[in-house]
Design a protein around this ligand. Structure first.
Ligand code: FES
Ligand code: FE2
Length: 343
């Protein structure tokens, strides 16, 4: 079961210059822009003979099926049938609320009257001068829950990412961790004081070899994580310093495709760039490379956990945030179940 009454990232806006077929929460959806520029999300299955509408062409107000030419508006209502004047009421496909915000098309998979775009995360900052941002997406053959769990337990950085962004095992072991529930999920603050700077960071930032490294992660159920993290010279964090070294705000939006696969969208805003020359050639490719290390592990983990009772797995101390995250997610799933029963 999935939480349906939530906004999910369906695609990057740049992906829908032509109709895009994407399965979300097990439902085939076509995302596109009508010729007059409206963002549309429809069931990707024509009500005539089931052809994918993604193989058709956008019209002024919607899309034309590429098989026999029926046309649908953004509400999914058929507006034209070649060779006939009467359009039956049942000539329609399902439509979904969809809006564009900060690089992404967001989709609401639940009850349309509950969709409020004002609740879409305001992240990362829409400020390309002070917080230039870049995004990417990985399509994973792993449950979206595993990606959430991965982001909730940063102790993995010292092992899975030891060659890039990980701190030493010793520094990781002494990290302080503060976890709190929030109305929409939970959040944690993890700090490593006087820790060795990761190898990648030493190449770019002017901070010293010993740094205070912090990570603030907020989980917004069911599948958004907002990250604010960075590193400053050792001793500076407690003095309130946040700038001068690694400094990022990232949204991690993990959209289930099926129970066993997901789209992992990440959009990272870089707060350090403003301290560099405008001519500096920056690349975010390294972020994708790091997340590919996660992707590989998660896909292998998924294979091991298929047909396995996960209750047999165990928790360790570093799971404190992951456990709270799972509680928040289960609570949200329970609310969803109650809503479905009531309607
Ligand atoms: S399948 Fe779409 S018009 Fe025939
Ligand atoms: Fe990771």
């Amino acid at each position: 079961m999935f939480v349906r009454n939530a906004w999910y990232v369906a695609a990057a806006i740049a992906e829908i210059d032509k109709p895009l077929a994407r399965t979300i929460l097990n439902e085939p959806i076509v995302l596109f822009k009508s010729r007059r520029g409206e963002i549309c999300a429809l069931e990707d299955r024509c009500c005539h003979r089931g052809a994918p509408l993604a193989l058709g062409d956008p019209t002024e107000t919607g899309i034309r099926c590429g098989y026999h030419g029926m046309e649908f508006n953004r509400e999914g209502v058929c507006t034209f049938i070649p060779g006939q004047t009467i359009i039956p009421k049942r000539a329609r496909v399902k439509s979904y609320p969809a809006v564009a915000k900060t690089d992404y098309v967001w989709i609401w998979m639940g009850q349309a009257d509950k969709a409020d775009p004002a609740t879409i995360a305001d992240y990362p900052p829409d400020d390309q001068v002070n917080w230039p941002r870049a995004y990417d997406m990985l399509h994973l053959k792993a449950s979206y829950v595993m990606v959430l769990e991965n982001l909730m337990d940063l102790s993995h950085l010292s092992y899975l990412h030891k060659g890039s962004i990980g701190s030493s095992e010793e520094d990781s072991a002494k990290a302080s961790m503060d976890v709190q529930r929030t109305p929409g999920g939970m959040k944690f603050l993890r700090i490593m004081r006087d820790a060795d700077a990761p190898k990648n960071w030493l190449k770019r930032y002017k901070t010293k070899a010993k740094i205070d490294r912090w990570s603030e992660f907020e989980y917004v159920a069911p599948s958004i994580i907002l990250q604010y993290s960075g590193g400053v010279n050792a001793g500076e964090y407690d003095a309130g310093v946040r700038e001068g070294g690694h400094l990022v705000r990232t949204i991690h939006a993990i959209t289930p495709e099926t129970e066993k696969s997901c789209f992992y969208f990440f959009n990272k805003a870089d707060g350090y760039s403003k301290f560099e020359s405008p001519d500096t050639v920056r690349t975010w490719a390294s972020t994708t490379d790091v997340f590919k290390e996660d992707a590989f592990m998660l896909e292998q983990q998924q294979l091991r956990l298929e047909n396995f009772d996960t209750d047999k797995l165990m928790d360790i101390n570093t799971d404190v945030a992951r456990v709270q995250m799972m509680r928040a997610l289960k609570e949200r799933l329970r609310q969803e179940q109650e809503l479905a029963q009531a309607s």
